[in-house]
Ligand binder design. Sequence first.
Ligand code: HEC
Length: 252
Amino acid sequence: MKKVILLVIPILLLAACASQDGGMGPGMGGNGMMERHHAEIPTEYAGLTNPIPADKESLERGSELYTVNCASCHGDGGMGDGPAGSALDPAPSPIAHSSQMMADDYLFWRISEGGVPFGTSMPAWAVFDEQSRWDLINYMRALGDGTVQPISGMGGTAYDPEIQAAQQAEILAKAVEQNVITEEEADTFTTVHDAVEQYRLAHPEVVQSGGNATEREATILAALVEEKIITQAQADAFTDIHDRLGNSGLMP
Ligand code: HEC
């Protein structure tokens, strides 16, 4: 019985997506992860930094909270593939990955207020004291950078940058097919995106500098142009391609 239900729901979701015809436009309420990442962080959260060191104790507390409260939707490894999440639209985010890109203030805001500002099914976790919310952030980051191994329980794969890259390639191929971008633009996007990721890994202080993704991305692109890793034209093209992908609804 359970099997049947699990099979039917994704088909219904697919049908619903297909009938949307072209996906989500900018006016359709910000259901895309990209739009949430670029949203303005409310002033009471903006600039907050994690006061709890990611030591063994914090990771243990975070792990316990995560396994009980989050893994059902976000998956054991934080890839967004927990069993309770498969029927949700938008789907649970791959927080093992998001937490590498997004600053403390964004993550703390999103855990505290959940999907309320965006009308999604992400619950608000303000019932947890602040330390617990920071412990969760430490744990999500540790899942994403491989410091901890996922505890299996709910289901879902461990974070794997190669899976992430394959998913991105698939989205870009679809965008080319649907004439959202050209093949050349897909290549530019991949080149610049990889450079940005590498820069992020080499400069964790930029991720921690707070602010939303728009500001941080502009800072990183400027630095990459300055260091002659990419050209100004590539940086400009990237921002434009990024916007079109975001508006197309193809990016999660
Ligand atoms: C009922 C399913 C569900 C549970 C349980 C859940 N989440 Fe989520 N979460 C979601 C969905 C759906 C999204 C994507 C929509 C959004 O960002 O509002 C999300 C998004 C997020 C984001 C934003 C990530 C990003 O890239 O923007 C964070 C952070 C997060 N969840 C953390 C947690 C933590 C920590 C817990 C446990 C304390 C948790 N979630 C429990 C469904 C869930």
